[in-house]
Design a protein around this ligand. Structure first.
Ligand SMILES: O=C(O)CCC(=O)C(=O)O
Ligand SMILES: [Fe+2]
Length: 422
């Protein structure tokens, strides 16, 4: 009863107030109290301007905070997101193409190397699909500095197929002429000649000055003869460089987001195909010395499945990976101090049935001026523009690989100045 009374009173009060307000607002009434309080026009203008300036300043501050990434960094810190890295740390890709000689000296002098010494694996989205790196480790690998990860669907079907097609097209174009054959030593050449059991070639090779002066490469006619006898028992590698395709940029960015491997420390992009019966020798991607301008990590993407064989094996770690289309394999070759880890030794086992295709890019511990740029070809040995070359090393299987560009290792001059490149 008391409650109902209170409600009624409140209603009445509200009613009175409304009536009072209506009374005040009647057109003929003048609000005497407010006449003197009405601000001067200048004050009104000043207040308005002040408000606008305020908003501009606040707006500018917000823009500054956002563009500088501070706000995003705070969000990252609080929520553990990776927004700053994703949107702000876009890598400055090294300029592609041959450097301009007039500016070369200055550019080299001003070049500041970047050190890359760890992987920073992250989940990323690729066309709305979440890609999750998965670490492959066992007791053996945990004892070493080598880290190995797999990422499914790192390339799209279209990208895989497109790369394979481009690779084939290039190899076909360059296979119209037989390649120049190069060997890491005369002993290796002899070993290969013995393998193919060509007595007359062995004799020929003893009779003539086999290597073109200043190189470990055979001249064109000897190369052609040997090529026929070796039945193309080699893998084929074609290379492209950053800026030579739109894919190179998007791949570089994708790799950086998923692994922390910066484009600035990346070398060439290499596609390799292995015919049936071919693999690749056991090797480390870095050289076992103290050189820091060396391959810290490798990303390898399988561009197709392989029916049988063709695994990537890490024999010292007891790890073997079967090729799976679009899957990326990422591993480190050097430790955090830049020492090449012998435990990273790996090989491509022979393809038993089918064909194998991979895309690889190497990332260097310490980058250098010419890294990732297409090099000027040396003058020797002479080679026509559409001619590939094959490089053979002294290993039991898969020791030969065809390249569409010069492997400078086989040029004696280059061997002498290797790693002293800018
Ligand atoms: O084909 C593979 O699985 C490995 C290739 C490789 O290690 C290389 O080319 O350096
Ligand atoms: Fe390798």
């Amino acid at each position: 009863m008391a409650g109902a009374e209170r409600r009624k009173n409140r209603k009445t009060k509200r009613g009175e107030n409304t009536l009072e307000r209506e009374e005040e607002n009647k057109p003929g009434n003048i609000d005497v109290d407010n006449i003197d309080q009405r601000p001067h026009w200048f004050t009104v203008l000043w207040t308005k301007l002040f408000n606008i300036t305020n908003w501009i300043v606040i707006g500018l501050l917000i823009v500054m905070i956002i563009s500088d990434g501070t706000l995003i960094r705070i969000v990252d810190f609080v929520f553990g997101t990776q927004l700053f890295r994703r949107f702000y740390m876009t890598q400055q890709p090294p300029p592609s193409g041959p450097p301009d000689p007039s500016q070369l000296e200055e550019e080299i002098k001003n070049f500041k190397p970047t050190i890359l010494n760890k992987l920073d694996m992250n989940e990323i989205y690729l066309y709305n699909k979440l890609l999750q790196p998965q670490e492959i480790s066992n007791d053996l690998s945990r004892e070493s500095s080598v880290r190995i990860f797999l990422i499914d669907d790192f390339l799209t079907e279209l990208e895989c197929d497109g790369l394979v097609k481009a690779h084939h097209h290039h190899v076909d174009e360059m296979s119209k002429e037989s390649p120049i054959l190069c060997f890491d030593s005369i002993d290796t050449l002899h070993k290969h000649l013995k393998d193919i059991d060509k007595e007359h070639l062995v004799k020929l090779c003893n009779d003539i000055e086999v290597f073109t002066t200043g190189t470990h490469c055979l001249n064109s006619s000897f190369s052609a003869e040997l090529t026929n006898s070796m039945h193309h028992q080699w893998s084929y590698s074609t290379a492209f460089y950053l800026g030579e395709s739109r894919f190179s940029h998007s791949f570089g960015k994708r790799v950086y987001e998923a692994t922390g491997l910066m484009a600035s420390n990346g070398g060439k992009f290499q596609i390799t195909s292995y015919p049936e019966g071919v693999g690749y020798k056991t090797h480390t991607d870095c050289t076992l010395n103290t050189e820091k301008r060396d391959r810290f990590a490798t990303i390898l993407v399988y561009l197709d499945d392989v029916e049988e064989g063709g695994e990537t094996n890490f024999p010292k770690l007891g790890i073997s990976i079967k090729p799976k289309k679009a899957q990326a394999l990422v591993w480190t070759n050097m430790d955090e101090d830049g020492n090449c880890d012998p435990m990273s030794i790996h090989e491509a086992s022979k393809v038993q049935v089918g064909k194998k295709y991979i895309l690889q890019r190497w990332f260097y511990y310490e980058n250098f001026y010419s890294l990732g740029r297409r090099q000027k070809e040396p003058d020797i040995p002479e080679r026509s523009p559409g001619q590939g070359y094959v490089s053979c090393d002294a290993y039991d299987h898969g020791s030969c690989r065809w390249y569409d560009e010069w492997g400078y290792d086989h040029i004696v001059d280059y061997v002498a100045m290797k790693h002293k490149l800018h």
